[in-house]
Ligand binder design. Structure first.
Ligand SMILES: [Zn+2]
Length: 259
């Protein structure tokens, strides 16, 4: 889990442990099921969290990582609450990108409500570009330049107009099992704790509600949204789409149009 022997297809960047699972858990599971290699880099340990200790959070992350089945996961140990696009952070993230050499990178939306998420998105954008600049310094300098083909952003708190919706219907139950590994962060009637945005009783229903709304827009049951920094190239437009569309065998239906 700690070393990268083979490069990754997808690298998911998260500000806090649990961001990747809550926002992109279904996408990660679906991508792994397709045979691709997926990794996660957490920028912080979530040590500012109002609920749960860092030790408990580390145990929860380890369990979630195992259940997800990702090929690699690491934590850069940045200061929780202070994730920002500065030179030391860029050099550390460039080193991760050069080491793991992903084709696609996903990061939190750059305009998210939480400053750490917004900071992580901007940091991902800058680092991805600089990773491809040969003389930009990083780590030991032993890894060659690398720039992923596509950078997408995922939805944490603040919604955006999606560029693509990933059909995660088949992976939803598993995703929620993984998310529930982070028990200390969520509503627990037997443990009051400090209330947070995600410890409200309705949070899980809100996560599912958003996925149902996104899925409905794309003609599937449950979806997760990505918006692209720049439009990625696709081999052809048909294989990009999983929905079969609406069709009928009854002739009068085909004449009547959409009612
Ligand atoms: Zn977060």
């Amino acid at each position: 889990m700690c070393s990268v022997e083979q490069k990754l297809d997808l690298l998911v960047i998260a500000a806090h442990p649990d961001d990747a699972e809550i926002a992109m858990g279904g996408t990660i599971l679906a991508t792994i099921a397709s045979g691709a290699r997926v990794g996660i880099v957490d920028l912080t340990r979530g040590e500012l969290s109002s609920r749960g200790t860092p030790e408990l959070r580390a145990e929860e992350t380890a369990r979630a990582t195992e259940m997800l089945g990702v090929h690699w996961r690491s934590c850069l140990g940045f200061a929780d609450g202070s994730v920002r696009d500065d030179d030391p952070s860029r050099e550390a993230l460039v080193e991760v990108m050069r080491q793991t050499r992903p084709r696609v990178v996903l990061a939190p939306w750059k305009d998210d409500l939480h400053p750490d998420h917004a900071g992580a998105g901007l940091l991902a954008y800058r680092s991805l570009y600089l990773g491809g600049v040969r003389l930009y310094p990083s780590g030991t300098g032993s890894h060659l330049q690398h720039r992923a083909s596509a950078l997408g952003y995922y939805m944490c708190h603040t919604p955006f107009e999606p560029g693509v919706i990933v059909d995660v219907s088949e992976y939803w139950n598993r995703k929620m099992e993984v998310v529930n590994c982070y028990r200390s962060q969520f509503y627990d009637p037997s443990h009051q704790g400090v209330p947070t945005k995600i410890s409200q009783p309705g949070f899980m229903a809100a996560v599912e509600g958003r996925a149902r709304e996104l899925g409905t827009r794309a003609g599937v049951e449950l979806g997760e949204a990505i918006v692209w920094q720049d439009p990625p190239a696709v081999a052809n437009p048909v294989d990009l789409v999983v929905g079969k569309g609406l069709s009928s065998n009854r002739e009068e239906d085909t004449m009547g149009g959409d009612r």
